[in-house]
Design a protein around this ligand. Structure first.
Ligand SMILES: NC(=O)c1ccc[n+]([C@@H]2O[C@H](COP(=O)([O-])OP(=O)(O)OC[C@H]3O[C@@H](n4cnc5c(N)ncnc54)[C@H](OP(=O)(O)O)[C@@H]3O)[C@@H](O)[C@H]2O)c1
Length: 374
């Protein structure tokens, strides 16, 4: 599609800056604060928190920048939105989707461009249900504002990156996007145990991979790749395998007992003429020793995002990002926050509406070489 995804280097530093409010101060919020601070075309105007105990802290301190930014976190949403032109909405959406949708609609109605990783149903807004898109489209129209939802995986790891690489391909048999992660350093015990099922009995059904859920979260990414490659999908299918731990393992989240779930592997497959041709695959472990025959990060580290295009030539790209003291999960979150925040200048120039990972051009790190923020 001729109008999809080139590069955008505009509005980055020359003259005026876009005031941005970061909403939410968890993993993604911290990364978004650093992202705005690093961008010469943006200016951090506010940080919104729902926690009174975090209010009044300097954003630089909260985001571990090693310096103050002169912006104190606030619980006053109206005041924070008042001084912003755009909002990086980084509060949770998975556990509170209706509230997150209403927050985002409020920002759009007020005329603020919004980027967020929190609303999975809107990553591929073209196939999202009307009840999710209609309120946002109304709000965007009312406020003449633009919206972009994305992340890493789902996100750039299975939209813009494979599509970019397909431009280097000849014949293509299969496009495979993999997330390979060891969750032992992922400091979210509830998600790791109850959502993903690590350390739970093998007859426990982890909600993250309950039938239909992977397609709900990653199916849109498969559809976006198909759209870019100009193929019709017959259907989207899921596969799932799980492995128990051979021995007890202990990490920062406590004991994960022998015989409980130690690894899972699932695929969301886009079928073309009956064959899986576009595949999003996750290989997730709680210990590197579990399921050693499954794919591992090429450098032996704790996590990687990889795209493999089977064909002639065969193309493989693996990306390992680290942040917050060498942590791979934090590195992935930082790339997701940067993809979103870097889109803000472009979003302030476009027609009101909803945009996805193939609509929004990549913004190179224009003007950022040697521009240290810490
Ligand atoms: N696709 C991807 O690649 C990707 C990657 C990472 C995350 N995500 C998504 O991005 C979102 C944020 O993830 P995260 O890792 O940053 O989560 P997190 O570390 O748990 O932070 C979420 C933040 O949301 C705010 N929050 C929580 N409950 C709230 C409530 N009831 N009302 C208002 N704010 C509330 C809190 O910030 P305050 O205490 O400051 O209010 C909290 O720190 C999630 O929806 C997650 O699924 C997507």
């Amino acid at each position: 599609m001729a109008d999809e995804n080139t590069f955008y280097s505009g509005a980055s530093g020359a003259g005026t800056t876009v005031p941005v409010a970061v909403w939410g101060t968890g993993n993604m919020g911290r990364a978004a604060i650093r992202s705005v601070a690093a961008h010469p075309g943006l200016e951090l105007s506010a940080v919104i928190t729902s926690s009174p105990e975090k209010a009044g802290r300097d954003a630089g301190d909260l985001a571990d920048l090693g310096r103050d930014l002169g912006v104190l976190t606030t619980t006053d949403v109206d005041a924070a939105l008042g001084g912003a032109r755009a909002v990086a909405y980084m509060a949770s959406g998975d556990i509170r989707p209706d509230a997150a949708l209403e927050d985002v609609a409020r920002c759009l109605r007020a005329g603020r461009a919004v980027v967020t990783p929190a609303l999975y149903a809107l990553y591929d807004h073209r196939s999202a249900p009307d009840e999710v898109t209609a309120p946002l489209l109304d709000a965007a129209k009312q406020g003449a504002s633009a919206f972009f939802a994305s992340g890493v995986d789902p996100g750039w790891g299975n939209d813009v990156l494979p599509v970019l690489l397909s431009g280097l391909a000849g014949t293509v048999e299969e496009v495979r996007c993999q997330e390979i992660f060891d969750y032992s350093t992922y400091d979210q015990p509830d998600s790791v145990r109850f959502l993903v099922g690590m350390g739970e009995a093998m007859d426990y059904e982890p909600p993250m991979v309950a039938a239909g859920v992977p397609t709900m979260v990653w199916g849109g990414q498969v559809r976006m790749i198909a759209r870019a490659l100009g193929v019709e999908l017959d259907e989207i299918r899921e596969t799932l395998e799980r492995r128990p731990l051979d021995t007890d393992v202990t990490n920062g989240m406590g004991l994960f007992g022998a015989g409980t779930q130690g690894a899972l592997r699932f695929e969301v497959q886009g079928l073309v003429a009956g064959e899986p041709r576009i595949v999003v695959e996750h290989v997730t472990r709680i210990d590197p020793g579990c399921a050693p025959d499954w794919p591992v990060p090429p450098d032996g580290g704790a996590g990687a995002h990889r795209v493999v295009i089977e064909g002639r030539p065969r193309i493989e790209v693996s990306l390992e990002a680290t942040d917050e003291g060498g942590n791979r999960a934090a590195g992935g979150n930082a790339t997701a926050a940067n993809r979103l925040v870097n889109a803000i200048p472009w979003l302030t120039t476009v027609e009101p509406g909803l945009y996805d990972g193939l609509d929004v051009p990549l913004s190179p790190a224009h003007g950022r070489i040697g521009r240290s923020t810490s």
